[in-house]
Design a binder for this molecule. Structure first.
Ligand code: ZN
Length: 138
């Protein structure tokens, strides 16, 4: 029987894999959405009802920087950006699929799960990044 590669989000409650979605929290009183999820609402300070909510996988670049120095093992340059999601949430993440010199504010991106290592029992750990909606090169 072939081994099935087990994979899990690097942190439970932050990311689900099928389909890939970031998980936020939504306030039942004022509808404020947060990421990462919070136990109270930063909009109205309510502690309930706060519920888990799946965030849109598509967003746009609000602002970005190009990282040119990194610890050994991390390839540079890469684009690190704040992504605005339709729920009114701003998420920090790496953007791939666009040349650093070609990325612009407002470019469309899509959530992309990405494996980055294994835990002690060999389970693949999956994080997230964003991919430019259309491949852009300088
Ligand atoms: Zn609220």
């Amino acid at each position: 029987m072939p081994a099935v590669a087990a994979a899990r989000p690097f942190r439970e409650g932050l990311l689900k894999l099928t389909p890939p979605r970031l998980l936020g929290s939504r306030c039942g009183r004022c509808a404020t959405v947060t990421f990462p999820p919070r136990e109270f609402c930063p909009g109205c300070r309510a502690v309930e009802p706060i519920t888990e909510t799946e965030l849109s996988p598509e967003g746009t670049v609000y602002s970005f920087t190009v990282v040119r120095q990194a610890p050994p093992g991390i390839e540079v340059p890469y684009v690190l950006a704040y992504i605005d999601l339709p729920e009114g949430v701003r998420v920090l993440g790496q953007v791939v699929g666009v040349a650093p010199e070609a990325v612009t504010i407002g470019v469309g991106v899509r959530l992309e799960p990405t494996a980055f290592g294994r835990d002690g029992d060999g389970t693949e750990l999956v994080g997230y990044r964003f991919r430019a909606a259309s491949e852009v090169t300088a």
